[in-house]
Every structure is written in C-alpha cells, then in structure tokens.
Design a protein around this ligand. Structure first.
Ligand code: NAD
Ligand code: GLY
Length: 367
C-alpha cells in the first residue's frame, strides 16, 4: 500500500484472472520499499528509463528497490517517440544478455508511455517473457498507457505496429513525478483524461470541466482523482476485452486521426496526446456529420480540449495522405478505415464512414 503518511493513497485493481494486478496511486511512492513488496521474487531488477527521467527519478527508484533485489541494473534509452524502434529496443536486450539476466529478472519501466511500451515489449519477448512493472512518470502514462498491457514499437509505415499484449505485474503511479513534467506534456496527458468522459462517463466529463484549472495547476488531490477515475474506467474496459476483440477499441477515440497526424508529420513533431486531442475534435465532427451526436456536445468537448492547451486544428497533410495513413491503422479491416465515433454523449461505437464525409471533416478541421 502507499505510505501511511501519504495524503493520497488510492488503489485500482485490474481483474484479469491469473494476470490480475493493482495500480497504486500516491505521492512519494518511488523511494518507498513498501511500494515494491510482494512482487515476484528475483535476484535482479533492471530499471529501464531514458536520459530525461533517469537523472530525475532513477536514484529514488533504486533506493526503493534495493531492499528487494541483490542487483539493481539500469539502462538509459534516448528520449523521444522517434526512438521507439528496434534499435532502441535492442539496447534493453543488450544489457539483459551482457549481465546474464535470467528469466526471473524483473523489469521496471520508469518513464512515460514510450519507455513503458518499449519495456513491456522487451519483457514480453526476453526469454519468451519476464515480469515487468510499470512506473509511469507522465500524466498520459499514469491514466492510460501503463495500464492494460498494450506494448509496442513503431514502424516507419505505422505507429505501434510491432508489439504484444503483455500485462505488467503492478503499476505504481507516483503523482509527485508530475511536478517536473513540461506544460506541453501535461496537456498531452489531459487529452487521454478527457477521452474517458465522452466515451464512457458524463459525470467524469462534468468533473473535468469543473476541475480543469486545478489539473493544469497540478493540484495533487485533483490529479489523484483524475488518475484514479481514468484507471477505473480503463480497468473496467480492459477486464472485459483484454485483447481488443471489440469493446476495448473505444479507448482509441481520437486515435485514428491522431496517429495519422503523428506519422504524417514524423514521430515526435506532435506529441501523442496532442494528436489524440485534435483527433477527438475530428472524430466528434465526423460523429456529428453522421447524425450520431449534436453540435452542442461537439462544441462543449472541443472547448474543453482547447482549454486543456491542446490543438483543435490538424496540420495540412492533404486529405488523401490522411486517408492513406489511416488505412494502416490496426482497427482497419480489408483496407476499410474504422473510426471510434460517439453514438450519443457518453457512448462510443466503432464504425466505417464514407471517405467523402471524412474529406469534409478534414476540410473543416485541418490545414
Ligand atoms: P513520452 O514517454 O515521450 O514522455 C513525454 C516526455 O516527457 C519525454 O520527453 C519524457 O522523457 C518526459 N518525461 C517523462 N516523465 C517526466 C517527468 N516526470 N518529468 C519531466 N519529464 C518527463 O510520452 P507519453 O506522452 O508519456 O507517452 C506517449 C506514448 O505512449 C506514445 O508512444 C503512445 O503511442 C503510447 N501510448 C500507449 C498506450 C498503451 O495503451 N500502451 C496508450 C496511450 C499511449
Ligand atoms: N490506449 C488504448 C488501449 O489501451 O486500448
């Protein structure tokens, strides 16, 4: 459990049978050995981090882990979405093999979604699977990417195209890490928080609207509620559809357009959360044009996305390029793009849309 003197101490369970695990949410959890009690026994832990997060939080995590492991190793990856690739993934395997790490070695992903996705994929493949723990340090990773077991690297032809479903054994969200996050990254995380409202929980949407300023000011109690409620919604969805046979796709609201923006501009130009924020505006517009949701709701959510400091107009890639990029989305079937759209406020649905209507949306929302 989070330390007793921590003012915030939340826990959310992901129910997945023998792959169930807890998400612990609190402030100051990294350096507290109690955060790491009860993990699979091992002689060696490997912290996977990057050149930005390692110097900030590596020492605290090492301090928390030392009572539990004879050896605590660290590998420091280059920072950024542009490095979410095979070459960088290999740096993790190099350290594991050079140090003779066995199949009990526990990997700790200390960083944002990029480190988390790559560490998870490395854990899924090293010796056909070793345990890993998510230690997310961005808001985006705390509310979304660290939870649910999607792991991946990018391919130049498509985002997150090479990967595996592989669940962590625990997620530890230390809210104190959000204090050092650049403002642009905080906004990117808010995109994934906002996402849960329109697709699943209108009361949460109301709460975000009322508490957005507190979130932008990184007010700990507001952050804790946003992280907990987001994780609860995600846990509920993932517990029903771990491998995205259907329902889980709703968590990709805004992502089809967003991934096209990220890939079209070159990974790292726009942040993932920025692509999702703008992508949600496009998905809202598409839902409206298909008669699924009214203009008032579209305006309401667009305004919230804008208030969170996110872009609401897409770059001018050209409609044909957007369509081409969206066809390599994982939700596409037989070359037909399938979008997560709203089916009324608070409900999401996965549907195809005529290219002509998508072009109208792009004409309105991009360039
Ligand atoms: P990121 O991992 O690139 O982190 C953003 C930046 O913040 C980086 O420069 C990082 O070094 C820095 N940083 C991290 N923590 C910090 C801290 N506490 N203080 C200061 N700087 C800090 O980006 P992200 O937004 O966390 O994650 C985006 C990635 O997550 C994308 O690759 C996306 O595809 C993936 N993602 C995966 C899932 C999933 O379900 N697996 C869901 C959503 C997003
Ligand atoms: N971020 C989408 C998912 O985890 O399914």
């Amino acid at each position: 459990m989070p330390p007793k003197d921590s003012p915030i101490s939340e826990q959310v369970r992901i129910a997945l049978g023998e792959r169930s695990y807890d998400i612990r949410i609190g402030a100051g959890l990294l350096g507290d050995p109690a955060s790491w009690q009860g993990l699979p026994a091992a002689a060696t832990a490997l912290i996977v981090t990057n050149e930005t997060v390692g110097p900030l939080y590596g020492a605290a995590l090492k301090q928390g882990l030392r009572p539990h492991y004879r050896t605590v190793l660290e590998v420091v990856l280059p920072d950024g979405e542009a490095h979410k690739d095979w070459g960088t993934l290999n740096l993790i395997f190099d350290v594991l093999l050079a140090n003779g790490c066995d199949r009990k070695t526990v990997l700790f992903a200390l960083g944002g979604g990029v480190v988390g996705d790559m560490t998870g994929f490395a854990a899924a493949s090293y010796m056909r699977g070793v345990p890993f723990v998510q230690v997310p340090t961005t808001l985006l990773a705390q509310v979304d990417s660290s939870v649910g077991g999607k792991t991946a690297i990018n391919h130049p032809l498509g985002k997150n195209m090479i990967g595996a479903f592989y669940q962590p054994v625990r997620v530890v969200c230390d809210l104190a890490t959000v204090s050092t996050l650049p403002a642009r990254e905080l906004s990117a995380g808010l995109a994934e928080v906002i996402k849960y409202g329109p697709i699943a929980d209108l009361a949460f949407l109301d709460w975000i609207e009322a508490n957005l300023d507190a979130l932008l000011q990184r007010e700990p109690v507001a952050l804790a509620h946003a992280v907990r409620r987001s994780c609860e919604i995600k846990a509920h969805v993932v517990s029903q559809d771990e491998r995205e046979a259907g329902l889980r796709a709703i968590l990709n609201f805004g992502h089809t357009f967003g991934h096209a923006i990220e890939a079209g501009l070159g990974y790292g130009e726009w942040l993932h959360g920025e692509g999702v924020g703008c992508g949600m505006v496009m998905a809202l517009q598409l839902s409206q044009r298909l008669g699924l949701v009214d203009a008032g709701f579209v305006q309401r959510v667009t305004r919230l996305i804008e208030r969170a400091g996110l872009p609401v107009r897409g770059p001018d890639l050209g409609a044909e390029r957007y369509l081409e990029l969206m066809r390599v989305d994982k939700k596409s079937e037989g070359g037909e793009i399938r979008f997560v759209l709203l089916d009324g406020p608070g409900r999401a649905t996965l549907r195809a849309a005529p290219d002509a209507v998508v072009r109208q949306v792009l004409a309105e929302c991009a360039g």
